[in-house]
Design a protein around this ligand. Structure first.
Ligand code: UD1
Ligand code: CA
Length: 471
């Protein structure tokens, strides 16, 4: 039987070079925290009980940020280096047999396929450990891989400790390792902080194992982009761009049209159906799913929402935490703030704001309205300028409008309020009382016409001017 692999993700550092109050692994790329990316990759290779994250800086927030259940956490209270991060985990880790894979929480781009190759090389060969390396045009900041004549790894030399000749080596350590667990734990105490940074370097392990008579190999990958470590904001931006690019390519390959794709931002977790068109500068974020044949208009932002098939989102529209069923439409220039449910074929037009509102099938609010905490019945028409007054300064109150009702333009609906099915509200009304089904409610000053008033006024003005001119 294959020997199991334990995966340890190092995520305790603050990330000084980020210049942030937030732990580095909590920063996001492609819409997900750096750590979550690595955890998700690990979960494709090992069961959760074989996955551990070493946490230290803002340990509590870092733990909370991981959405996967069942993975273990190891506390590294003081960050004395990548080797130290494993030493403090010995009690939980050393009893686990098989192989030990170490990943860094600040390298979120690595692919499962690469890690599978790494595991295969370690488990099928005779080396005590294999690490991933890549040739880099500019390896500044990375450890350099020192090989012997046979190509085995003798040592890894860190940027801060390297001689000019060593730093001229372009083969960089990607910070991904697979060791035989028994040998690793047998020799781990030989890691000593004898370097300029006074840290315990995990990268001393190849030299230690070599000294003990074991072989350490390097598995080269051609594309160092895959293991880009994030140490500062510029690298964060670069990695974010790579995730976005990967996501766009995957969506286009799956039949989604992206117009001017380089301008579009789509988070990793988003799902989009075939033949949907996404226009320039749209952002589709968080846990959003979009059906087939939809259109997401230019410059719209759709977040944590569920869009059925054939949904139309007009340009410059914001949709957050809302559900839009098949054939519903919103925008241009609409704002669905939170907790809305727009049923099949319902329409939200320009400059309409919705909050915690259900628009039942075929209901329409075409222009300039605020609908909050309301339940709008099927086929209701909401006139331009309609406002639900849902807040009395203390509490929020609901508005319910029955099926087929017609709300005239510029109506003010003071909640709590019930308007019956089929009722009419006259334009410009302030409605404070229940409207029975099929009734007409008028709540405004009655119009009065004063015949000839304007003509008389003009005549008066002419007379006054004539008197003045005669002086
Ligand atoms: C490390 C490697 C370097 C490699 C590079 C690849 C070492 C000594 N050097 O350098 O050879 O080329 O990664 O990206 O390993 N961490 C802890 N506890 C600690 C220190 C660090 O958990 O005490 C975590 C950090 O949170 C981070 C990861 O380990 O996620 C790597 O640490 P970092 O300081 O970024 O190492 P590099 O200087 O990039
Ligand atoms: Ca790093």
């Amino acid at each position: 039987m294959e020997k199991p692999v334990t995966i340890v993700i190092l995520a305790a550092g603050l990330g000084t070079r980020m210049k942030s109050r937030q732990a580095k692994v909590l920063h996001r790329a492609g819409g997900k925290t750096l750590l979550q990316h690595v955890v998700d990759t690990a979960l494709e290779l090992a069961p959760p009980e074989r996955i551990f994250a070493v946490v230290g800086h803002q340990a509590e927030q870092v733990r909370q940020s991981v959405t996967a259940a069942g993975i273990g956490f190891i506390q590294q209270t003081e960050q004395k280096g990548t080797g130290h991060a494993l030493i403090v985990g010995r009690d939980s880790l050393a009893r686990l047999d098989g192989y030990l894979m170490v990943l860094y929480g600040d390298s979120p781009l690595l692919r499962t396929a690469t890690l599978r190759r790494l595991i295969a090389q370690e488990t099928e060969g005779s080396a005590a450990g294999v690490l991933v390396s890549a040739p880099m045009d500019d390896p500044t900041g990375y450890g350099r891989v020192i090989r012997d004549a046979r190509g085995l790894v003798l040592d890894i030399v860190e940027q801060k400790a390297g001689t000019p000749e060593q730093l001229a080596i372009r083969e960089a350590n990607m910070g991904i390792y697979c060791f035989r667990a028994d040998l690793f734990w047998k020799h781990v105490d030989e890691i000593q902080p004898n370097n300029p940074a006074r840290e315990y370097y995990l990268t001393d392990m190849p030299a230690i194992l070599t000294r003990a008579g074991h072989a350490v190999e390097a598995m080269q990958i051609d594309d160092p982009g895959e293991a880009l470590g994030i140490n500062d904001r510029a690298q964060l931006a670069r990695v974010d761009a790579i995730f976005r690019e990967r996501k766009r390519s995957a969506l286009m390959a799956a039949g989604v049209t992206l117009v001017k794709p380089e301008t579009i931002t789509i988070d990793c977790a988003v799902e989009i159906g075939m033949d949907t068109i996404v226009e320039p500068f749209a952002q589709i974020l968080g846990a959003t799913t979009v059906g087939e044949n939809c259109r997401i208009g230019a410059c719209s932002i759709v977040q944590d929402s569920e869009l059925g098939d054939a949904v139309e989102i007009g340009a410059f529209t914001l949709v957050n935490a809302s559900v839009l069923e098949r054939g519903a439409s919103a925008g241009p220039y609409a704002r669905l703030r939170v907790g809305n449910h727009v049923e099949a074929g319902a329409h939200i037009g320009n400059f309409v704001e919705l909050k915690k509102t259900r628009m039942r099938a075929g209901a329409k609010a075409g222009h300039l309205a605020y609908l909050g905490d309301s339940d709008i019945g099927a086929k209701v028409n909401i006139g331009a300028g309609t406002i639900t007054c849902n807040y009395d300064g203390y509490k929020k109150h609901p508005t319910r409008i029955g099926e087929g009702a017609f709300i005239g333009s510029n109506s003010t609906l003071v909640a709590p309020l019930e308007i019956g099915a089929g009722a009419y509200v006259a334009a410009g009304s302030v409605i404070t009382q229940e409207v029975p089904p099929d009734a007409l409610a008028i709540g405004r000053g009655r119009q009065e016409n004063k015949p000839q008033w304007a003509a008389k006024r003009r005549k008066l003005a002419r007379t006054a001017a004539a008197i003045k001119g005669g002086d």
